[in-house]
Design a protein around this ligand. Sequence first.
Ligand SMILES: O=P(O)(O)OC[C@H]1O[C@H](O[C@H]2O[C@H](CO)[C@@H](O)[C@H](O)[C@H]2O)[C@H](O)[C@@H](O)[C@@H]1O
Length: 276
Amino acid sequence: MTPADDATPDGRSALHPDADPPAAVDLSPELADALGRAARTPTLVIACDYDGTLAPFVDDPTLAVPAPGAIDALDRLAGLPRTTVALLSGRNREALARVSGAVAPLVLVGSHGSEWEGGFDTPLDDDELARLDRVGSELSEIVSRTPGAHVEHKPTAAVLHVRPVEDPALRQRAMAEAMARPAALDGVFVTEGKNVVEIAVREASKGAAIERLVEQTGAEIAIFIGDDVTDERGFARLRDGDIGIKVGDGRTLATHRVADIPAVVGLLSRLAELRG
Ligand SMILES: O=P(O)(O)OC[C@H]1O[C@H](O[C@H]2O[C@H](CO)[C@@H](O)[C@H](O)[C@H]2O)[C@H](O)[C@@H](O)[C@@H]1O
């Protein structure tokens, strides 16, 4: 099925009719203050990670739809003056568009910040293509011996997924083999995420993507919300006065934290009310 096959007349995917927004959420006083400041700033960028931030984790990445109210809150914000809202994901851009159902004016940035509306700034050269092919083959060989595992192929990376592998020993073995072999090749960039090892032939950073959004818009404040280790590269590049929000547990460079995805939807809705 192509993206157009399941599109509704407004261009949004029929996979995700938006549901009612969640109940109001309790925010820390510090985060409530920060949102107030963001609401009053003339030009604002809001960048959100996707999986684990707007969409709950599921075994099949093609079925990871947004939480109820998430896209609605982002749409409300994106409809406000001088407010740029981006989905900033490790997924390739086409997959991000399909699962999220997000359409313009929401900005979609894929492949950990390196894939924009016009594609990649520079296409892969022959060496990179050959390396990507080898990484994909080696991961496929590991998958052939690991029931439940699968490989996700992206324009600049291949990803080993082990979330559906029931046996923890097999899961661990597959991850270890990926780290010992394709991830150890010269010229690859490795990211260990939640039940995934991603092996890319191009380096990408969500931090650089946030900086690009800020540069394009002249935003005084950028908000970045994310849950995974890859999102730390985004938090690390925020400026004084920007607002980093970590979702869930774990060490982080973010200045604020919320418990879960419903809290993300709640804070986005609150921000839309304050700025609207
Ligand atoms: O940067 P993100 O938007 O958070 O994307 C990170 C990776 O997300 C996807 O994998 C994760 O979600 C899957 C679906 O819920 C889950 O099965 C997997 O275990 C998670 O790691 C996506 O498939 C990857 O390509 C992204 O890099």
